[in-house]
Design a protein around this ligand. Structure first.
Ligand code: ADP
Ligand code: MG
Length: 865
């Protein structure tokens, strides 16, 4: 093969370092990509593919993007999950004919720092898993999990052991939704299912080994033991944390100063939510189009700062189990709920606060620009006002104490950075005049030199008497004096001829050269001094990094408290009473999302009550009555209470749930090739094996995925199991169209029937959305059919078949179906049963409150009229 050019060899050397990344190679004003990278980038970015000769007779594919637009192209590639390595030219002078180059950064989905590539209110997590195979090597005996958001400095690790390892990992993945997941390559090959939007990056196995990982952490944090982080006896967590850190060191090429510690956490301190439940309850996005609009987060999120937005999102994914911690949150929310003016003042002040958390981290990473410092100072300037605003609320004192106005930082930035500073250090004007005398001297000198040159034309015309003399500038020769050919005789002795044109001559003078070099050097010196001063300001600001980050955290909390208070006030929520038992008592509960979607229509509130005796509700009612809504609303109310939010009810006492499970049947989608029924059973199995008496279980139309009798049999068996198993007895809401299940209430003492009633208004069915004790009128479907105008004879026949089915206990034999004459025909002559009598027959008076009785009486009266 022919010998390649030196710059080609240089490229190949870099590419060998980053075989899995797209290498962008700076060539003059462009970043070029070659070979397979070029073809891929041309395809993904819609660029023109060209070629470049690399040796005698050989060309390789090439495509490029202009340097000023590179960020946008990198963002698009990273968004698609690619890694990009950027190779810059360093220095301006070629060495041995070759421009020196160096890797400036490697950008991967999980290591993005650039503000333009980050969503404000979402975390951008990089996560690593360090699995330990079990003895057979077929499954995981334990897994270490670590995650980091380098834009905020959050770094945490945990580990799972035992039977539930896989499930816990899946749940943490669902909670964190990492953008990038690191996994040892021997495991990556086994195929791991990641949440949508996550990208897998395989790592060499040794990177997850304990010795290597521990050393990496020791070196970075400058410690000799990890006990201070709580990581003793957590070897797998150490492996994962070390793997992440090593990966960051390789991609970031900076000191990673924002990572000041790693937090060891345990998932036992918060409510685990399985993937299905997160999805079904539409916590942060809807099932239908995966948008935030229409989710619980959407209703609760009235945060103002990006930090607050991220914190609220975290809280929703991580309900708490500790009553003390929750009461502390409620106290804070309540203080702002009750003091409307304070809340308004706090929210107004927060509008002036930028993303202090990410700003400080950019500063720590050495990536902050001059405008970042201004934003940081502006944010801090509001801190005294905020402290003042909340000073009267004693419960907010811990927050107020964490808020540090960092007056030194504000004063320094205001003194040092110009209000109209350019965005980057490539242009002068960053440092404010009067801040540094040496800088001002250079500026003054350069300004007087410029003045001198500006006046030169006038002074030289006077001195020489040549009226047409001109002073000009060009890139090659610099400043010159131009004299037309006719006047060249009259030029003074000190003029030095520099260039001859057709009709004129150009000259320089020693003075002109001197001022010129002053002007040109000044520009360079200016940039140099400004950069030095800027770095110095950054360093001095960073002396306060800890206070800044603590203040950022306090601001985020204040924002979330104020947001929750604001929502509570607007939407008429109440503070729930928490208890450490397995009761539940909700008065006039509402569905926080559905009630906002009704546009003018009134949402009908309903009560829910569980106690020692009443453990499981069977909820029946026709389609569209509101069954699904009520059971979800109970789950959401409990969840809201456990993140510290007021709840949509007139009164609520909530025994803290250790978990919330949901199983929502009949979603017409095929999960990864499994039948709906199979998915349903897998999820049910999970509930039955993990629920406790403290859990809350929501079952919607379970059993619908299979034929009626199978489904019903399973549904019934599930109810019996939940009711009878001593470990369970969980608070359960079971919405079902199987009326047969209502019989269970008579057999099982903890089971109660409820139904969502509807009324009839002339030709229309009116959905009252009212939950009443007792089972639903089972012939309701037929009733609705009559209202819809189905021929009388069909209705009649349907009613008879229903009667037969009931009589035979559901034995729908072929023989009976095929002989619609005989006794059946007789019934055509029987009068329709009176609907009022029928309704009376269905009443379960024992179960009714006086209020319910009155409502029903009114309804019956109306039916007669
Ligand atoms: P089901 O599960 O019984 O078929 P849904 O719970 O899906 O019924 O409710 C159907 C629709 O009825 C909802 O989309 C909502 O618009 C309305 N709805 C449900 N419950 C209420 C309520 N309590 N108040 C007002 N409207 C309601
Ligand atoms: Mg439903």
């Amino acid at each position: 093969m022919a010998k390649v050019t030196p710059s080609r060899q240089q490229y190949l050397d870099f590419k060998a370092q980053f075989p899995d990344a797209i290498v962008m190679f700076r060539l003059g004003d462009f970043y070029e990509m070659f070979d397979d990278d070029a073809e891929l980038a041309a395809r993904e970015l819609d660029l023109v593919l060209t070629g470049r000769p690399v040796s005698k007779g050989e060309r390789v594919p090439m495509c490029g993007v202009p340097h000023h637009a590179v960020e946008g192209y990198i963002a698009r590639l990273v968004e698609k999950g690619y890694h990009v390595a950027v190779i810059e030219q360093v220095g301006s002078e070629p060495v041995n004919g070759l421009t020196p180059r160096a890797v400036s950064r490697v950008i991967t989905p999980g290591t993005v720092m650039e503000p333009g590539m980050l969503a404000d209110t979402c975390h951008n997590y990089l996560l690593a898993l360090a699995p330990e195979p079990d003895r057979e090597g077929t499954s995981w005996a334990g897994v270490g999990l670590a995650y980091v958001d380098i834009s905020t400095g959050e770094f945490a690790a945990t580990q799972f052991n035992g039977n539930d390892t896989t499930m816990s990992v899946v749940e943490e993945l669902a909670r964190l939704e990492p953008r990038e997941v690191l996994l040892p390559s021997s495991w990556a090959k086994n195929g791991v299912t990641l949440p949508a939007g996550s990208h897998l990056t395989p790592l060499p196995d040794y990177r997850c080994e304990l010795g290597f990982a521990r050393q990496t952490l020791h070196d970075h944090f400058g410690v000799s033991t990890l006990d201070g982080f709580g990581l003793q006896n957590q070897p797998l967590a150490v492996c994962a944390a070390g793997a992440i850190l090593a990966y960051l060191q390789e991609t970031q090429r900076s000191a990673l100063a924002q990572l000041t510690g790693v937090r060891c956490y345990s998932t036992a301190s918060f409510m685990m939510l399985d993937t299905a439940t997160r999805r079904n309850l539409e916590l942060v996005e809807t099932i239908r189009d995966r948008s935030k609009r229409g989710s619980l987060l959407d209703v609760l999120d009235r945060t103002i700062t990006p930090m607050g937005g991220r914190l609220l999102r975290t809280w929703i994914g991580q309900p708490l189990l500790s009553r003390d911690r929750l009461e502390a949150r409620f106290d804070a929310v309540e203080a702002l709920f009750e003091a409307g003016t304070t809340r308004a003042a706090v929210r107004d002040d927060l509008r002036k606060v930028s993303d202090l958390e990410r700003l400080t981290n950019r500063l720590l990473a050495g990536r902050a620009g001059p405008r970042d410092l201004l934003a940081l100072a502006a944010s801090l300037e509001t801190v005294p006002d905020l402290r003042e605003a909340i000073s009267r609320a004693a419960v907010l004192a811990p927050v107020a104490d964490m808020l540090d106005p960092c007056a030194d930082v504000v004063a320094l930035v205001q003194a040092a950075i110009d209000d109209d500073t350019p965005a980057t250090l490539n242009t002068s004007g960053v440092i404010r005049r009067g801040y540094a005398p040496d800088l001002d001297d250079v500026i003054t000198a350069s300004r007087s030199a410029k003045d001198w040159v500006a006046n030169l034309e006038t002074t030289e015309r006077e001195r020489t008497g040549i009226k047409s003399l001109k002073v000009g500038y060009n890139k090659v020769f610099g400043y010159y004096i131009e004299v037309s050919r006719a006047n060249t005789e009259r030029v003074p002795d000190d003029y030095i001829r520099k260039q001859t044109l057709v009709s004129s001559e150009r000259y320089i003078t020693p003075d002109l050269k001197e001022y010129e070099s002053l002007i040109l050097n000044a520009e360079e010196r200016l940039l140099e001094i400004e950069e030095r001063l800027f770095r110095d300001v950054c360093d001095r600001v960073l002396d306060h990094a800890e206070s800044l980050l603590r203040t950022a955290r306090a601001l985020a909390h204040l924002d979330v408290f104020a947001s929750l208070a604001d929502v509570a006030a607007r939407e008429d929520y109440v503070r729930p009473t928490l208890s450490d038992d397995d009761m539940l008592d909700i008065h006039d509960g509402r569905h926080p999302v559905v009630e906002r979607m009704l546009h003018g229509q009134r949402f009908v509130p309903n009560d829910t009550h569980f106690d020692e005796r009443e453990r499981l509700h069977i909820i029946t009612g026709p389609n569209m009555a509101g069954k699904s809504t009520i059971i979800r609303q109970v789950a959401l109310i409990v969840l809201m209470a456990q993140i510290g939010s007021f709840v949509p009810a007139s009164e609520a006492t909530i025994g803290l749930a250790d978990r919330i499970f949901t199983r929502i049947g009949a979603q017409d989608e095929i999960h990864a090739g499994q039948s709906t029924f199979m998915v349903e059973m897998v999820e049910l199995a999970l509930i039955l094996s993990h629920a406790t008496r403290r859990s809350l279980i929501i079952l919607d139309e379970v059993g619908r995925g299979t034929s009626t009798y199978d489904g019903m049999a399973i549904a019934r068996a599930v109810v019996e199991f939940l009711h009878n198993n001593p470990r369970l007895g969980s608070r359960t809401l079971f919405a079902t169209h199987y009326h047969e299940l209502t019989e269970l209430a008579e057999i099982l003492p903890g089971v109660e029937n409820y139904n969502v009633v509807v009324a009839e208004d002339g030709e229309n069915v009116v959905f009252l959305h009212r939950l009443m004790p007792g089972g639903a009128d089972r012939s309701y479907g037929i009733h609705v059919a009559r209202l819809a105008g189905i021929p009388k004879s069909v209705i009649k026949r349907a009613a008879d078949i229903l009667l037969e089915l009931e009589a035979s206990g559901g034995d729908f034999s072929v023989e009976k179906r095929e002989t619609p004459d005989g006794p059946v025909q007789l019934s055509f002559f029987q009068a329709d049963p009176d609907p009022v009598i029928e309704a009376l027959r269905q009443l379960q008076i024992d179960e009714m409150s006086p209020l319910d009785a009155i409502t029903i009486l009114y309804e019956l009266k109306r039916m007669i009229e």
